[in-house]
Design a protein around this ligand. Structure first.
Ligand code: ZN
Length: 67
């Protein structure tokens, strides 16, 4: 498994044609797509806005430890 350059945590890369790979947490999260949701998820290599839910779609969240 890949390691984050900054914090040393486990990360996974989502590769996208012609774009920089996204660095995400390896543990999936579940969400319900919602245009008014408060969080962003990566589902099927595409950004989706939504709300976390235990029985939603399986996606990933960006690994964002640099802030
Ligand atoms: Zn990190």
């Amino acid at each position: 498994m890949a390691k984050c350059y900054y914090c040393g945590g486990d990360v996974t890369f989502i590769r996208r044609a012609g774009k920089k790979p996204l660095v995400v947490n390896p543990t999936p999260v579940y969400f319900i797509p919602d245009p008014n949701g408060e969080d962003n998820f990566i589902y099927n290599r595409v950004w989706r806005r939504g709300t976390r839910s235990s029985d939603g779609l399986k996606g990933h969240i960006l690994h964002n430890c640099e802030d």
